[in-house]
Design a binder for this molecule. Sequence first.
Ligand code: MLT
Ligand code: MN
Ligand code: ZN
Length: 292
Amino acid sequence: MRVRVLGAAAGGGFPQWNCACACCTLARAGDPRASPRTQDAIAASADGERWVLLNASPDVLRQIAASAFLWPRAPRHSPVVALALCNGDVDHVAGLLSLRERQPLTLAATGSVLSGLFERNVLLRTLQRFPGQLTRVPLSLGHATTIAGLSITAHGVAGRPPIHLRGVVAPRPEDNVALEIAAHGRRVLYAPAVASLDGLPSLDAPDVLLFDGTFWSSDELVAQGLAEARAEDMGHLPVQSSLGALAAARARRKVYVHVNNTNPILVAGSRERLAVEAAGCAVAFDGMELDA
Ligand code: MLT
Ligand code: MN
Ligand code: ZN
């Protein structure tokens, strides 16, 4: 199975347009220790021809432009045949609007994510301009669905509903999922938003584990005076609290993804990055190859 990280940063990207935290300042200065990253998405393929995007990043057009394997091979063609979503957060769905050029696509997500998108957002009608443009595939928790030769299973994990739906719809277990992708006997577990280790599928199963690396510490935003919320309140277990479990997991490759621009693990050589590496884990970067 072919797997590429298209975007390794959390919402806002790295550097974030309105942020001058220590990490963003380094990245903006072109410091080689702090490479810019686009917003969270992965690409996976069973055959190297048809690709499924895991999450529709607001940066999807830049990500496709940077990835020759996703370029069209005919006057009207795309190797991107489907998308699968982990949740309805803007950083995971806004890219859908950029994929509207009359290209038939399949969109797999849980029922609550699909209804949050299509029942409450007139803009998504842009993907339904003609019959057959968008095929919606509801993912039931724990049940595998095969798309383009990839078996895709959504596992409900602790998280928060999208900020724009809070107070509008009641939270549901299927609001936030980890995606397990399997082909040719290989498995990848992609879990970019995890509020707690409870309920997670076994971390030993996958060949590649891509895990929530949003924040290093619970009070990262509070300590930097950037927000009032703690990491867990935002639906993200800090790396400090997941690193032990990842170190113990038997996955062949263990990679932190969806890394917020404030997280010092973005800076090569930082104390926090060295701790991640000492635990046998890596910090994702755009273009990272994770073939399994
Ligand atoms: C998150 O990862 O917590 C969300 O992407 C935040 C947001 O929607 O701004
Ligand atoms: Mn996010
Ligand atoms: Zn920043």
